[in-house]
Design a protein around this ligand. Structure first.
Ligand code: ATP
Ligand code: MG
Ligand code: FE
Length: 340
């Protein structure tokens, strides 16, 4: 089985090839970060146009890198994401499927993030709890198998990545600000500001980050305009986020009785979060699994992997490009035959 994966849900164009016997054999990605930087955020129309330019060459490149294999099917990101961006990937997948007479499957982008640690040789067994922390999502999910997902908690307002990006913007750090804020935090004191740890006192596994964002804004207004003061705010913000995420993960593991934790999504690249979760894993005795850093953010390797795991769900003769910009993870079903 050889699957071509295509990703175009937001501002990364990507292609990858995953095979049954050799795993991931090729992957390529073009990030549009530079294209959108001047605007301080992703401009949907520019994103769609750039996917049109970049996706086909990326697909050609991974096919070359993999030695022009005979494909068994095509998996593309059907949603959630920007509708125009999704439609580009969907159209290319549908067109390739028709011209090469291959079955096509529309994949849930968050299922890709969720299962991305399975790309690693020492990936986790089921069941596990997954913390998905990305630019658009903050989710705790119980994963009992492929397509067997129970959302345990989610953010009631901003996603964690969004809180990082908005706070970074207020600190004058440009876009996307998450990594820049994390770098600035290294130079600050994490106990300089007592920022709120949202939703920790209440039971349950939901999150809220908009109050924290407001606290950051007020602190910036009150603080002197020095580099040290900014670093203190960044460090205190990051610490509040890390404390909140770690506490909710521990709560989720305790509540479900599951002993494996997966962390995926762009914020999963954050070093302070990784360190704190590592400490907690040692203290509480759970195992901790991350995708490799480049597969924390958007990529097509995870989409090709889901295509492989759901190869029996693939349908021949998809004539129209199918995109689902808003799509809940809870609605997914297990594959026709489940086999990692
Ligand atoms: P979604 O998957 O929800 O549609 P997305 O694909 O845009 O959103 P990702 O690409 O998974 O999200 O992650 C991007 C987010 O991760 C951005 O908000 C970025 O600021 C954040 N991020 C990346 N690296 C770090 C880091 N080291 N520390 C904190 N945040 C980070
Ligand atoms: Mg992105
Ligand atoms: Fe993503």
């Amino acid at each position: 089985t050889t699957i071509l994966g295509i990703e175009s849900s937001c501002d990364e164009s990507a292609a990858a090839i995953y095979t049954g016997d050799r795993g991931l054999v090729a992957h390529a990605l073009h990030s549009q970060v530079a294209l959108h930087a001047d605007y301080g955020g992703v401009v949907p129309e520019l994103a769609s146009r750039d996917h049109i330019r970049k996706l086909t060459p990326l697909i050609e490149r991974v096919l070359d890198d993999a030695g022009r294999p005979e494909l068994s099917g095509i998996a593309y990101t059907r949603g959630p994401g920007l509708v125009g961006a999704l439609l580009v990937g969907a159209s290319i997948a549908a067109g390739l499927g028709m011209s090469r007479n291959l079955p096509v499957l529309g994949v849930h982008h968050m299922e890709g993030h969720l299962l991305s640690p399975l790309l690693e040789p020492d990936g986790p067994q089921f069941p596990f709890v997954a913390l998905l922390v990305s630019g658009g999502h903050t989710l705790l999910v119980q994963v009992d198998g492929v397509g067997r997902y129970r959302v345990l908690g989610q953010s009631l307002d901003d996603a964690v990545g969004e809180a990082f990006d908005k706070s970074a913007k207020m600190l004058g750090l440009g876009y996307p600000g998450g990594p820049a804020l994390a770098a600035l935090a290294q130079q600050g004191r994490a106990d300089a500001h007592a920022f709120p740890r949202p939703m920790l006192k209440r039971p349950g596994l939901d999150f809220s980050f908009s109050g924290l964002k407001t606290a950051v804004m007020l602190a910036i207004k009150a603080a002197p305009a020095t580099a040290a003061a900014r670093a203190d705010i960044a460090a205190s913000f990051e610490q509040a986020v890390v404390d909140t995420l770690v506490a909710k993960c521990r709560r989720a593991l305790k509540q479900t009785g599951v002993s494996r934790l997966v962390v995926a999504g762009g914020v999963g690249a954050n070093r302070s979060l990784r360190r704190a979760l590592d400490d907690s894993a040692t203290a509480d005795g759970f195992s901790l699994h991350f995708p490799r850093a480049e597969f924390c953010t958007d990529n097509a390797a995870m989409i090709a992997l889901v295509g492989y795991l759901r190869r029996d769900d693939m349908r021949a003769g998809i004539a129209s490009a199918d995109a689902t910009p808003r799509w809940s993870l809870d609605t997914l079903a297990p594959p026709l035959t489940a086999a990692p």
